[in-house]
Design a protein around this ligand. Sequence first.
Ligand SMILES: [Zn+2]
Ligand SMILES: [Zn+2]
Length: 359
Amino acid sequence: MPSIPKTMRACVLEAYGKIGFRELAVPVPAPDEALCKIRAVAICGSDPKIMAGSQAKMNWPPAFPFVLGHEWAGEVAAVGEAVTGLKPGDRVAGEGHCGCGQCENCKKGDYTVCLNYGRRELGHRHYGHRDQGANAQYNAYRAKALARMPDSLDFAAGALCDTGGAALHGVELTGVTPGGVAVIYGPGPIGLCVLGIVKSMGSDQVIMVGRGHRLQTARELGADAIVDFSREDAPARILELTGGKGADEVFECSGAPAGPHDAVHSVRKGGRVALVGLYDDSAVKPLPLHKIVNEQIKIIGSKANPNVSDRVLKMLDKGVIGWRKIVSHRFPLDRYQEGVDLFVNRRDRVVKVVMEPWA
Ligand SMILES: [Zn+2]
Ligand SMILES: [Zn+2]
């Protein structure tokens, strides 16, 4: 077994808005943890928000300096004595959430809404948010937050385990109507993953709402129709495309202030709307509650990616999720700030940026 160094290169958030690099101690895995060598870590839409300080109310991060990053894949470097089923060299992808395992929600499998959120002493972890993340050469993870990757899958694709998982969880909560119409708001990484998943589950017509180059990517990944909300009234266009009926399911993945409102106006009577974005409640356009009640519209909040990793990794491996068009950029971790700037400003046809700590 290759020896593990004492220190590692890490990208840290030094203060809100300030990225730096430090030589940190390589974590020592606890008995139920595996030390992992991080091969690829993707920038999530939430990372720039955490960096800017808009998630301070969630205590993300809990203190400075902090290592962000929760969408990653890599290799097991060492395991604690209580870990079974994983060994050094295994290729794994990580989940951001690790539940306490003991509360009512965790027992039901709903560990992304663990009732003991933030209680480290009970085993809860939220990597890259409350607990040290993957923007470094190594990190230690509780074994249950890891999923084995298919042998042939690229690490950059494995880093989409979290994103693809958030998409699959939202789809599982709403269900898909085979032969029906699905609308997706937001052709970002999650929305583009939803596209592949709902097509594979039998949606007959998938309509993507967005703007710019990402709409073209949606087209290339199989969207049957695209709607540019900057040029037309998206709900009106969707009603037109569905003969006045509206969609069976709407997936709101944009996180935009008008997203949930427009999603409700795009769904049929009795239809289902999944909210998968990260919203700023003070800015969100109010929902038409009379319509929601009168038309019995189900609105479902979907939190992260519980119990989906093994299946998502297979979907990435089989190309159901078109990760090659979603991962648009790869940089060495040293260029993190450049990656974030590109991602936030939507330059150079960016969709998803993957950083490589060992490049
Ligand atoms: Zn994420
Ligand atoms: Zn729990």
